[in-house]
Design a protein around this ligand. Structure first.
Ligand SMILES: *Cc1c(COP(=O)(O)O)cnc(C)c1O
Length: 377
């Protein structure tokens, strides 16, 4: 180091997180009245009215520090899950500033730089890649099958006794693929005893039969499995940043020791507690999202697109071959104020992902797709 602003080699080689243009920037660039964002798998119904009321009430408490380690939210989650699954006790629950923070901390406490490796599929959620890189941990990625289903043999073949963690996203992002629970249970059994299997269930509620497909129902017999969930998607609180996880008890304890004590703020904590109680909003969101994704899926198929089956609140698709590039198609949507996700960042430049919107947004999106593919706009 030569100057006071030099940084470590690992930071120097880091690239910043690339986001698309903001809604305001798109609006300005294309001179639009209205912009619709169907790109980040946010809840199109917004924040539940009950939660909004709680946020307004809690705002006046903003001068206070939150209670360290968010015990009220931990208790709420323990009682929510403990009713169904008595082995989910408060000692196993860990909360983060979004799942993003949980992923960061898992790398911090579980991996030794330049020694351990972590295994996942390719493509995968960007945060696994960023955090592995930041923590100097080798990330080994097994290719998905060409239909985006999981090849567990390929995944297992990358695991060795230096594999500290295996990440599986279920349902997967960006494809929406929901894997078989039995395959995950077999995977857990096949891993070396020292390896932690993390199932990222950020979208599991949208499968519609959460209790049947989540590995939560099996945690009592799977000591090497951790589950990650979030308030960002089905609960509509992406902007407040609350994620949670169910971890082996000893690991949860270390995570709490390492976490910045106030990382989940007081408004986020209270909002999450009320969101958890508002079963009605959650069920409505799930119901409407499933209707919406089916409609989008059928609509895109009717336009000749290749559509991948989704158990989530988004749909991955390819436009008909030979029509135009995914990029051109995406730009035409942008010009009309519709923001969807190009999957170039996932190294899938020919694929697109659209988040389920409101009924009106879904319909308008489909009719725009039709006009674009018929070269009408
Ligand atoms: C959206 C998403 C999350 C949630 O992240 P937060 O930090 O909780 O907002 C986690 N995992 C995957 C794969 C996601 O797509």
């Amino acid at each position: 180091m030569k100057t006071p602003w030099d940084v470590s080699a690992q930071v120097a080689s880091f690239e910043s997180y690339v986001t698309g243009l903001s809604m305001e920037e798109i609006q300005e660039k294309y001179g639009l009245k209205k912009v619709v964002k169907m790109a980040s798998n946010e809840n199109p119904y917004g924040v539940s009215p009950r939660v909004l009321q709680c946020i307004e009430q809690t705002a006046s408490q903003s001068f206070r520090y939150p209670q360290a380690c968010n015990p009220r939210l931990v208790d709420a989650l323990a009682s929510y899950f403990g009713k169904k699954y008595p082995y989910i006790t408060r000692d196993r629950i860990f909360i983060g500033n979004g799942s993003d923070e949980i992923i960061d901390l898992l790398f911090r406490v579980r991996t030794v730089a330049n020694e351990d490796n972590v295994v996942t599929f390719n493509p995968c959620f960007g945060m696994y890649i960023t955090q592995a890189k930041f923590h100097g941990c080798e990330l080994r990625q097994a290719p998905l099958n060409s239909d985006f289903t999981f090849n567990f043999d390929a995944l297992l073949s990358l695991v060795d006794n230096k594999t500290s963690m295996v990440f599986v996203t279920n349902p997967d992002n960006p494809s929406g693929y929901l894997t078989f629970k039995d395959d995950l249970i077999r995977l857990a059994a096949a891993l070396p005893k020292s390896c932690l299997l993390i199932i990222d269930e950020a979208y599991i509620e949208f499968a519609g039969n959460e209790d049947e497909v989540s590995l939560i129902a099996h945690l009592d017999s799977l000591p090497n499995v951790a589950i990650m969930r979030t308030f960002s998607k089905v609960y509509g609180l992406a902007g407040l940043r609350v994620g949670y996880s169910i971890l082996p008890e000893q690991l949860a304890e270390y995570m709490w020791r390492v976490r910045l004590p106030f990382s989940t703020n007081i408004i986020a904590q209270e909002a999450a507690i009320v969101a958890l109680e508002d079963e009605n909003f959650k069920q409505k969101t799930i119901e409407l999202s499933i209707i919406g994704r089916n409609k989008i899926g059928v609509g895109l198929k009717n336009l000749g697109c290749q559509v991948f089956p989704s158990a989530s609140n988004f749909v991955m698709f390819q436009i008909p071959k030979g029509s135009m590039t995914a990029k051109e198609f995406n730009t035409k949507l942008l010009e009309k104020g519709y923001i969807i996700r190009s999957l170039a960042a996932y190294k899938l430049p020919d694929y697109l992902r659209v988040s389920v919107g409101t009924e009106e947004q879904n319909d308008e999106f489909l009719s725009l797709c039709e006009s674009i593919l018929n070269n009408l706009i």
